[in-house]
Design a protein around this ligand. Structure first.
Ligand code: SDX
Length: 437
């Protein structure tokens, strides 16, 4: 038996099987060889929520949850956050290498060329209430863009993909800014391509009647760092959605909208908004112990804490905490930071969190910065979605170029009724367990 193999004995048939390891994993399809007879479909693996299932091979992002390591294309997130711009990191994530100066200049020009939105987009937005949740507007407008670029359905054409990737990266800040201006009843601000990606985003958000927007350099750098930190995170929930929808060869606009819809969930990207609501509910440092007891009693989750992969401090949370101090110098210290710091201090000393390896994740401090920058909590997840669009597109592109991938269609373990005959309505009895109220 070769060393790199797993030997399984089926106690039902006393048959033994040998499955070679594949990069430290076993191919689940090989389990189908384990049968009790020719009629048997064979064994499938059962893994709700994919807790221990690799659905793809990827070279984009590497995470070591126990050591708190995060790398994009091999580069540590700490170095990228310190030394790069967001568009430079976007190029790296999508192309696999850091760009040369010429490549970066061309890349930035390509993205800036696509920051404008079709004027029809304003009509989409006009239909929303002023208090519509920004993620609902963002997701809907993203999907609506698919109606303006029908050629995007040619997902197997690399040149078509390349153009849509540039369009989406260029347009997501504009969509986000337009939803923000719509919610305030302000006129839309057109892109100013003399500004950087994040400076232009600030311009479209906050320029009022001044002829030229003058971005605060500390704020624009903090946003750039936040965008870098949120760009990709391997096979998270929304990346999984992007790959699944993309595997059906849907166009990248509706696939990105679907991924953004997953991100909007409070357990995923919606957590940063929930953290602020939690801090508001706690109200002051002295009420932290009582809240921690409520969490331990199972009543509520400590939002912004815990992670499927990180069983150590999320490296992004550490950098965000550093960025928060820079921002508070330029704006004003957010009083909620004191509550957050006390929550972290108490939680990290408490057996409940230590035993479950619950640490602050990317969402724990990001909302505090965003609020200090003047954003309302319901905009926070849109600020997550802008940079994560780069990661979703990189995962989508990698899936389409992977010869092993095909339309995603998992199996199930059926637990329903065996075959049974139709019952005329007059002979049916109410089913209390399934009663529709
Ligand atoms: C993001 O996947 C990614 O990479 C996501 C992300 C990205 O960049 O894409 O990193 C972004 O989504 C960050 C996570 C943001 N979500 C939150 O902050 C919401 C709060 N966190 C939890 O809901 C939870 O920690 C998850 C959803 C993040 C992870 O959940 P898991 O991996 O399914 O873990 P679990 O729910 O099985 O928890 C294990 C135990 C349970 O206790 P027991 O049943 O064993 O007694 O830990 C407890 C949970 O109840 N627990 C928490 C907790 N998180 C887990 N208890 C209190 N507060 C929490 N936050």
């Amino acid at each position: 038996m070769p060393e790199e193999a797993l030997n399984i004995i089926d106690q039902r048939t006393k048959s033994s099987y040998e499955f070679p390891f594949f990069k430290g994993a076993i191919r689940a399809a090989n389990l189908r060889q384990i049968k009790t007879g020719p009629e048997d479909f064979g064994v499938v693996s059962y893994d709700p929520a994919f807790l221990n299932t690799a659905a793809c091979q990827s070279s984009i992002t590497y995470i070591d949850g126990d050591k708190g390591i995060l790398r994009y294309r091999g580069y540590p997130i700490e170095q990228l956050a310190e030394k790069c711009t967001f568009l430079e990191v976007a190029y790296l994530i999508l192309n696999g290498e850091l760009p040369t100066e010429v490549q970066l200049d061309n890349w930035v020009s390509d993205i800036k060329y696509h920051t404008m939105l079709h004027e029809k987009t304003k009509n989409f937005l006009t239909g929303f209430n002023h208090d519509a949740h920004p993620m609902g507007m963002f997701i809907s407008t993203l999907a609506a863009l698919s109606t303006l670029y029908p050629e995007a359905r040619k997902v197997r054409d690399p040149e078509v993909r390349k153009l849509q990737i540039r369009r989406l990266i260029g347009k997501v800040p504009t969509i986000a800014a337009y939803t923000y201006r719509h919610s305030l009843g302000y006129p839309y601000v057109y892109p100013d391509n003399e500004l950087s990606y994040t400076e232009n985003f600030m311009n479209m958000l906050w320029r009022m009647v001044e002829p030229k927007y003058r971005p605060n350099p500390v704020v624009s750098r903090a946003l750039d760092i936040l965008f870098i930190l949120h760009a990709d995170h391997e096979q998270n929930c929304s990346a999984n959605v992007m790959r699944a929808v993309g595997s059906a060869e849907a166009d990248p606009y509706v696939a990105t909208a679907a991924a953004a819809a997953a991100l909007s969930g409070s357990l995923h990207g919606g957590a940063n908004e929930e953290v602020l609501k939690m801090l508001d509910a706690i109200g002051s440092k002295d009420r932290v112990p009582a809240y921690i007891e409520k969490v331990k009693a199972g009543g509520v989750k400590l939002m912004g804490f815990g992670h499927r992969i990180y069983k150590n401090y999320d490296p992004r949370a550490r950098i965000i905490k550093w960025a928060a101090d820079q921002v508070f110098v330029a704006t004003c210290r957010n009083p909620k930071l004191e509550i957050a710091l006390e929550l972290e201090r108490v939680a990290l000393e408490d057996e409940y969190f230590i035993k479950r390896k619950l640490y602050p994740n990317v969402d724990f401090y990001s909302g505090i910065i965003y609020q200090a920058l003047g954003f309302k909590p319901d905009v926070f997840t849109v600020l997550f979605a802008i940079p994560r669009t780069v990661g979703w597109l990189a995962q989508w592109q990698e899936m389409l170029e992977d010869p092993e991938q095909k339309i995603a269609r998992p199996r199930q373990i059926y637990t329903g009724y065996e075959a049974r005959d139709f019952v005329p309505i007059g002979k049916r009895t109410a089913h209390p367990a399934l009663a529709i109220r």
